[in-house]
Design a protein around this ligand. Structure first.
Ligand SMILES: *[C@@H]1O[C@H](CO)[C@@H](O)[C@H](O)[C@H]1NC(C)=O
Ligand SMILES: *[C@@H]1O[C@H](CO)[C@@H](O)[C@H](O)[C@H]1NC(C)=O
Length: 351
């Protein structure tokens, strides 16, 4: 098992000289690699509270572990055109290795989307009856009303409140033990992530009544697709606020003079990001060598930006696409396979 050192020590003349580095394991992430074999005692770095919850709710832990691939791929989708692409190391139990040592904007996003992922996963698992400890939201019963008039609660409303409470207790447990800048940063981003899921609950309804007159409606509150949460947190990443922590360690102050305290929905970070151009194990940067880039784009996926000025290689590859699709009566669409030669560009290594 791969533990990150919490400090680096040099032993000189039997005197240890140590530089403490930030504690970085958000070790519940390790559960994703265990599949259905979650064994609470084998997960390195869970704090007592987490271990306890893990033992009490093995099925919940399995669900959280299984749901990890969803938020990781959402993270990778959101950052596919960026130098940092949310690639995991697949080796360290904390998934992102030394990236997490720095309280950067990217780390803020990772905490937010992972905690949002837990809420989404749990609420979904509850609705689908996979867990003994929860089901549909029991408060959504009887009748209620919206702009269109009154309706009856029916079906299954996602029990997001329950999922938020549980994930807060579990995910935040580690940070609640600490009182440093990094813990405050993580807590804020975890909470912003949870709130982002709740934001996109929508009322879904079914009409009843004579010939679809919709004189009677039954409705339930459902979470939106996780993409909505991902898009939202991506915008929050763009607007993330750089903070420092006040002298009492209880709240944020600004790095700038004109500082507005971040709202509960905002992502916060402490330190500037590395440029992610070259592979650097010290910062967890994987570099952009070999990454695909877009020659005509003017955005972050352009070859200039993506390759950090090192230049790119071009290869001609053939692609097969469906084309000349025709509708045949009835009912089929038939297409031809078209071959197309396209140029793909990828970033060069350092020369
Ligand atoms: C992610 O990192 C691994 C090595 O750590 C590498 O093999 C893989 O190609 C990377 N994927 C992307 C999309 O950058
Ligand atoms: C490259 O960027 C241009 C401009 O943004 C866009 O129209 C095009 O679809 C992109 N090409 C690829 C292969 O993504």
């Amino acid at each position: 098992m791969n533990f990150l050192p919490t400090g680096i020590c040099l032993y000189l003349l039997s005197v240890a000289v140590c530089w403490m580095t930030a504690k970085v394991d958000a070790s519940w992430w390790y559960m994703g690699t265990l599949g259905s074999q979650v064994m609470c005692d084998n997960i390195p770095g869970l704090v007592n509270k987490q271990r306890q919850l893990c033992r009490q709710h093995p099925k919940v832990m399995q669900a959280i572990g299984a749901g990890m691939s969803d938020w990781i791929s959402e993270c990778q989708h959101q950052f596919r055109n960026h130098r940092w692409n949310c690639n995991t190391t697949g080796r360290d139990h904390n998934l992102f290795g030394r990236l997490l040592l720095r309280g950067s904007r990217e780390v803020a996003f990772v905490y937010a989307i992972s905690s949002a992922g837990v809420v989404h996963t749990l609420a979904r698992a509850c609705s689908q009856g996979e867990l003994d400890s929860c089901s549909c939201d029991p408060t959504k019963k009887g009748s209620s009303w919206d702009q269109k008039g009154s309706f009856d609660w029916g079906g299954c409303s996602d029990h997001v409140e329950h999922a938020i409470r549980f994930s807060q207790g579990f995910v935040d447990a580690k940070e609640r033990q600490e009182r440093d800048a990094r813990a405050l940063m993580n807590l804020q981003n975890n909470r912003a992530g949870r709130k982002a899921v709740k934001r996109f609950m929508t009322l879904e309804c079914k009409c009843h009544g004579v010939s679809g007159s919709c004189s009677v409606r039954t409705c339930w509150l459902a979470m939106a697709d996780f993409r909505r949460t991902g898009d939202h947190l991506r915008r929050r990443y763009n607007g993330a606020v750089q903070v420092a922590v006040n002298q009492y360690g209880t709240g944020f102050t600004g790095a700038q003079a004109r500082f507005k305290r971040p709202s509960k929905n905002e992502l916060v970070y402490l330190e500037d990001s590395p440029d992610y151009c070259v592979r650097d194990p010290q910062t967890g940067s994987m570099g952009t060598v070999g990454r695909l880039c877009n020659r005509t784009s003017r955005s972050t996926d352009s070859c200039e930006v993506m390759c950090c000025g090192r230049g790119y290689d071009t290869a001609r590859v053939s692609r097969t696409t469906k084309c000349e699709c025709k509708f045949h009566w009835c009912c089929a669409v038939r297409c031809r396979d078209c071959h197309q030669e396209v140029d793909v560009h990828s970033c060069k290594a350092q020369t």
